[in-house]
Design a protein around this ligand. Structure first.
Ligand code: IPM
Ligand code: MN
Length: 361
């Protein structure tokens, strides 16, 4: 029995999650595994009505599940930061989901903004550290609101945090090589300016590579250069490992070259078996499009695929992992049938795309 906590969230989150759950029902029947879902109303509406985002006890409750499936977080009537920090980042931190896994894969038939690039050129994965860096919250104001105001925002890099993220990335690179990829891991940083934080990552990368992963080819890019190469030569990349803030930025570039936020999915993974991982489409809550049945649910369906693959492997349930792979294949078969992947221009409504994926299963 796979137990999934579902947080549809704000805006278009519930619409795309509904399609994901439709696909889940179909694929579970095919692969023959049992699952149950429990829905939670965390998000902007609940916050506006109750003043509560999510409490420590409510986060603890989520640990009883095998995985969390999240739609979207963000509400036009809630000030920036409240839901992002109070819900999304709180879950990532409290559940120690220290890996943010973001595949950048151009599915066949999906329009790519890069000239002369196709599915063979864009197929890599970004391992973003998910608990440290500029996201871990150190900082504050001095003389706020005066002409002498000072604001600080600290960047934290720990050897522990870098090592555990790097180890995951090296292991993933090996697994990808076993599946036919080049087996190259690229570290992204800014060693020429961030001579403390990036230096720690650089040393950790090389020491771990030398001692435990000598078979993995290592490469390094500065973040600014990586933004350029993503657009110019995405085929250079296989597996990328990157600290949190640069990872946030670069994965939005990645989402665009794979056809947009409507197809990009991410996993917030805690490899610790006592914790729980969370999977989400990368597109936000898109309030302008809410309720219009125009948002592409492929990203949410791909997130569900990742959820099943990762959870199936963690639980040692092969049929669950197989369902994840089956969803990947169904997405690959569905995308060429859609005109364009952008909002409202798919040629199909949100619900019809979910149906197409179910047929392709
Ligand atoms: C993401 C998002 C979040 C982040 C926001 C919503 C806090 O942009 O998942 O990439 O910055 O990590
Ligand atoms: Mn982001």
């Amino acid at each position: 029995m796979v137990k999934i906590a579902v947080i549809p969230g704000d805006g278009t989150g519930p619409e795309v999650v509904r399609e994901g759950l439709k696909v889940l029902a179909a694929v579970a029947a095919q692969e023959g595994f049992a699952y149950e879902t429990a829905e939670f109303d965390y998000g902007g509406e609940r916050y506006l009505q109750t003043g509560k985002v999510i409490s420590d006890e409510e986060v603890q409750e989520l640990r009883a599940f095998d995985a969390i499936y999240l739609g979207a977080v963000g509400h036009p009537d809630v000030a920036p930061g409240i839901l992002e920090k109070g819900l999304l980042l709180k879950l990532r931190f409290d559940l120690d989901q220290y890996i943010n896994l973001r595949p950048v894969k151009l599915y066949p038939g999906v329009e790519c903004p890069l000239k002369d690039k196709g599915p063979a050129d864009i197929d890599f994965v970004v391992v973003r550290e998910n608990t440290e860096d500029l996201y871990s919250g150190g900082g504050g104001f001095l003389r706020k609101g005066t002409p002498q105001e000072v604001a600080t925002q600290e960047m934290i890099a720990t050897r522990f945090g870098a090592d555990r993220c790097l180890r995951y990335a090296f292991e993933l690179t090996r697994r990808r090589r076993a599946a036919g990829k080049p087996g190259q891991l690229t570290l992204i940083g800014k060693t020429n300016v961030l001579t403390f934080a990036s230096d720690l990552w650089w040393r950790a990368f090389n020491e771990l590579g030398d001692s435990e992963f000598p078979d993995v080819t290592r490469d390094y890019n500065h973040i600014d250069a990586a933004c350029m190469w993503f657009v110019k030569n995405p085929e250079f990349y296989d597996t990328i490992v990157v600290p949190n803030m640069f990872g946030d930025i670069i994965t939005d570039v990645g989402a665009m070259i794979q056809g947009g936020l409507g197809v990009a999915a991410g996993g917030n993974i805690s490899p610790d078996p006592d914790s729980v991982s969370m999977f989400e489409p990368m597109g936000g809550s898109a309030p302008r499009y809410t309720g219009q049945n125009v948002i592409n649910p492929i990203a949410a369906i791909a997130a569900l695929g990742m959820l099943l693959t990762v959870t199936g492997e963690q639980l040692g349930q092969a049929e669950v992992a197989a369902a994840g792979a089956r969803i990947e294949q169904a997405i690959t078969a569905t995308c060429p049938k859609m005109d364009s992947q952008s909002a409202g221009r798919m040629g199909y409504g949100t619900d019809a795309v979910g149906d197409l994926v179910c047929e392709a299963l």
